[in-house]
Write a protein that binds this ligand. Structure first.
Ligand code: PGA
Length: 249
């Protein structure tokens, strides 16, 4: 991977296929040739309509989740091959909403990471501490545990990490650039211990948690912040474009 800024949209359970296509058309009209990498993760059912709409576009499509097994009796789940088939090339793994609301453990996340690597899907791994963990001085220990278990013994490969403090997601409380930079630098250090310095230097580490047009450019100035994973503000073309602008070198 290279560290060209990545601005990734996580649409969560918003936008139907039709609404998603409209967004793509509008975005493409305004930004046909982005100089940053634009990643978009719509809902599973909007992936195919988005792939059709984005055929000529340079944006990368991804899923917000997947199962760690190839196939099986897992009602309601979707496999890596299924999401690849409809045009996804990356997958968000370990988002805090999956961890918290759907009880995904670090071990489950590790299974998914292994599957993403073997299925040739680029994993966008989310890690981050809760407010209680931060206040107890456990932020770095939490990041270390989540990253180490998620990667396990996987050999170095293309990967994107998103540092997303849980207390900043959907709350309007963006981490200050200094707080985010400290966590990002630590994640890069950890990755260096696991995968070597060369891999650590080329792995993009995105910040996520209430990124807005107002906070983007200050975050972008930090040496270890290589882009953003954006939820709420990515649903609006105007705001998303301004965030992209904030990260454009
Ligand atoms: P937010 O979500 O930008 O709405 O805080 C970020 C995320 O959940 O990835």
């Amino acid at each position: 991977m290279s560290r060209i800024p990545i601005i990734a949209a996580n649409w969560k359970m918003y936008k139907t296929g039709e609404e998603a296509q409209k967004f793509f058309q509008e975005l493409y009209q305004r930004l046909p040739e982005p100089t940053v990498m634009v990643f978009i993760a719509p809902s599973f059912t909007a992936l195919l309509p988005c792939a059709i709409a984005a055929e000529e576009m340079s944006y990368l499509l991804g899923a917000q989740n997947m199962h760690g097994a190839d196939e099986g009796a897992f009602t309601g789940e979707v496999s890596a091959n299924m999401i690849r088939e409809v045009g996804a090339s990356f997958v968000i793994i370990g988002h805090s909403e999956r961890r918290r609301l759907f009880h995904e453990s670090d071990e489950i996340i590790h299974q998914k990471m292994k599957k993403a690597f073997s299925a040739d899907l680029l994993p966008l791994l989310c890690i981050g501490e809760t407010i209680e963990e931060r206040e107890a001085g456990k932020t770095m220990a939490v990041l270390e545990k989540q990253l180490k278990i998620a990667l396990g013994t996987c050999p170095p490969a293309d990967l994107v990490i998103a540092y997303e403090p849980v207390w900043a997601i959907g709350t309007g409380k963006t981490a200050t650039p200094a707080i985010a930079e400290e966590a990002h630098a630590f994640c890069r250090l950890l990755l260096g211990e696991l995968w070597g310095k060369e891999s650590a230097e080329k792995t993009p580490i995105l910040y996520g948690g209430s990124v807005t047009p107002e906070t983007a450019s200050e975050l972008a100035k930090q040496p270890n912040i290589d882009g953003a994973l954006v939820g709420g503000a990515s649903l609006d073309v105007e705001k998303f474009l301004k965030i992209i602008e904030g990260f454009t070198p």
